[in-house]
Design a protein. Sequence first.
Length: 385
Amino acid sequence: MTSPHTPPTPHAPAAPLSRTPLYDLHFALGAKMVPFAGYEMPVQYPPGVLKEHLWTREHAGLFDVSHMGQVTVRSKLDGEPEAAEALERLIAADVIGIPAGRQRYGLLTNDAGGILDDLMIINRGDHLLLIVNAARKDHDWRHLDGYLFDLCDIRLVDRALLALQGPKAEAALAKLAPACRDMRFMDVADVTLLGHDAIIVRAGYTGEDGYEISLANAAARPVAEALLADPDVAPIGLGARDSLRLEAGLCLYGSDIDETTSPIEASLAWAIGKRRLTEVPFPGSERIRAEARDGTSRRRVGLKPQGRAPVRAGTMLFASEIAAEPVGHVTSGGFGPSVDHPIAMGYVTSPLAKPGTPLFAEVRGKRLPVAVATLPFITPRYKRG
């Protein structure tokens, strides 16, 4: 117990929040800024989350995702193939099989088979570029460098990242870079935007066609303003980004997946690929391969509340209105503006993971009916052809 004469131990001051290169533009556009992953980020603009969400589905939304990490992996030997082989030691994905000029989704796993991060892997020809989650980028860099320092040069690079998403994204970006029309889903291209070098990937986090654009910090604002000059493009905040990705059935690290979650439990075996499930060990591969073969006790599923009340993260799920023990829990939940009803994702015991299975969510002491639903809630509109 502290003596009356002993001054209390002061709390450590909170670390100052970082700002992306577009902070001033967000402020000028009237964004509501909130702390997120150590940054001041726009959660919404004056139109609000609902309108921003629907605008992205119908037109094109511009997102500032510069808080995310960009990590380069270069071989210290003779080039990219060695870097890919080295990275496969740590990532549950077929890295060697990524052609130059293409991107692939992958999972960084720990020795227990849990997910340290989910990330995008871009084959740049002479090196690899990883796009990692904002809250995990320092961890990922240290993890990769700690294991691969003798084989690869691992660098966390300071660049801006924009995402342009929606059915009008191609037309808007083509005004600045006509070649983007020829790209397919997961294609990567080097382009010039307003005289600035940029790396463009045809992909995103909304279920819509679109692009992610990596470019120098100094180029971010002029390129963003040029895109926003198009009447079909509007700035979109983190609030709508979250509801868009939830409708698309996409995981949010720290909510739907984390270090305690295996890729099989998370229904992400497709990201590992058959070759990695049978060849070449990686951290946690023994558990992951066993679960892929024998099954696991729980699964990530979609959830559709039967009423209009949303179910939020942390809500417990039960097999009946009177069951004493929960059979799962919600990890992400809210209202889906495009589908006009509440939606959620969560984990349930594997016998109850079949779509259509009735469950009950306990909300403020009441059991509300929900049904296991097929993911995603919307039909993705990626340009694959």
